[in-house]
Ligand binder design. Structure first.
Ligand code: THU
Length: 407
């Protein structure tokens, strides 16, 4: 048992206690509730109001039978090619693909996946605590698991349950705890309105209570052969809640500091350039696209405040065709403009279209403009030109137009 005595009085008391719950090895498909009950008994405690149980996700997943033999998996051609790029087992990569919403990239041995808005190394497909030749997947529904455990074990007490996992932070060595879902406690505490030691309003306003409790739990649980897949935390200064099981709130990738700086993700367009957007949609009427039958309209907004339109102009000799964006830019530049503030583009599609590579290079010649990509069903995304084309070509003297040149 781990006992932490905080130097100042906490909300619930002076002492935070963490009891390890030993369950022995769980066989795939075995009932975790029974195993937890036995473990809690053997720890010599009975649950009280305010206790928080942290249960490891791999224990929950094993109980759900989400243990897969790699020999049973036939990898798709995409899995085979990603496996070779990231030096992974093709069957494992197939499972990662099935488990994830999107693969963001990888390094040898690990791919980073998005699943339900969270980042998971290898989409949570894990060799540790799995029999040889097998992997454990994430629990199928951590919220449901938290709620199931809470109602089965509470026995009249007001308790909280957290399904916990572990993660590394960017550029830091070592794992910390993260919560996947919880029931009975609020996962994040909003500290807005509170002040720092000098009376200034707090900027970092949200405390990851559930994640912090999982980190504390992991001091006792370990990650290996300890056989402690759960802990009971007593005396934690947390807010209990009866509002039902919750997933941990997340923030969209484009608002995330880590993802935002490392990857250019178009953000939802929020209405800054409505005239420009309308001009781009209307400009499609002037498209000359008898070959592709795909009309594209573009419009650029210049520093002068003027808007210039363009549409794609195709040719019997296909390479002689030109995209709508470059027609619009060339029109603006030929009229004397040198600095472009924003560009909108719309194709004959319900979803937004993205400018081609040459157009991206051409845009950057005249400023790092906002680019609004418009879909005809009203969906639109916005991104900066430099985000669309990192490492654009520049001449050694760096002679991209500064805006006022008229050479
Ligand atoms: N096209 C554009 O005008 N802009 C783009 O961003 C992508 C493609 C045009 C070129 C061609 O006339 C047609 O779309 C089909 O490729």
């Amino acid at each position: 048992m781990l006992v932490i005595r905080p130097p100042v009085s906490s909300v619930r008391g002076e002492i935070l206690e963490i009891f390890g719950i030993k369950t022995g090895l769980l066989r795939p498909g075995e009932d975790i509730i029974e195993a937890l009950r036995r473990g809690i008994d053997e720890a010599g405690i009975s649950l009280r109001d305010g206790d928080v149980i942290v249960v490891s996700e791999s224990f929950v997943a094993t109980g759900e039978g989400r243990v897969v033999s790699l020999a049973d998996i036939t990898p798709s051609s995409r899995a085979i090619s990603l496996a070779s790029r990231y030096e992974k087992d093709p069957a494992e990569m197939e499972l990662i693909l099935r488990e994830s919403d999107e693969i963001l990239g990888g390094i040898p041995g690990v791919v980073l996946a998005l699943k339900d808005g969270f980042l998971y190394p290898n989409a949570g497909v894990d060799h540790s605590n799995a029999p040889p030749g097998h992997v454990v997947l994430l629990p199928s529904d951590p919220k449901e698991a938290a709620s199931r455990i809470r109602s089965a074990l509470s026995n009249g007490a007001r308790i909280g349950v957290i399904i916990g996992d572990s993660r590394t932070h960017p550029l830091r060595l070592g794992c910390v705890g993260v919560a996947l879902a919880c029931d009975g406690i609020l996962p994040v505490e909003d500290a807005r309105g509170r002040r720092d030691l000098y009376g200034r309003p707090l900027k970092i306003t949200v405390k990851a209570v559930a994640d912090n409790l999982v980190s504390a739990a992991q001091l006792v649980m370990g990650e290996g052969d300890e056989g402690i897949p759960a802990v009971v935390i007593r005396g934690a200064p947390v807010e209990l809640s009866d509002s039902g099981p919750v997933a941990i709130p997340n923030i969209p990738p484009h608002e995330c500091m880590y993802i935002g700086v490392l990857r250019s993700i178009p953000r939802p367009y929020t209405g800054e350039y409505d005239d420009l957007v309308r001009s781009a949609i209307d400009a499609r009427d002037q498209a000359y696209a008898p070959y592709s039958k795909f009309r594209v309209g573009a419009a650029v907004l210049c520093r002068s405040g003027k808007i210039y339109r363009g549409a794609n102009v195709e040719n019997a000799s296909s390479g002689a065709g030109i995209c709508a964006e470059r027609v619009a830019i060339a029109g603006a530049v030929a009229a004397g403009e040198r600095e472009l503030v924003a560009l909108a583009v719309a194709g004959d599609l319900p979803r937004p279209i993205t400018p081609c590579g040459i157009c991206r290079q051409m845009m950057l010649e005249f400023g790092d403009m906002d680019v609004v990509m418009v879909g005809l069903d009203g969906d639109a995304l916005m991104v900066r030109a430099s985000e669309l084309l990192p490492n654009a070509f520049t001449l050694p003297c760096g002679s991209r137009s500064s805006g006022s040149e008229r050479h």
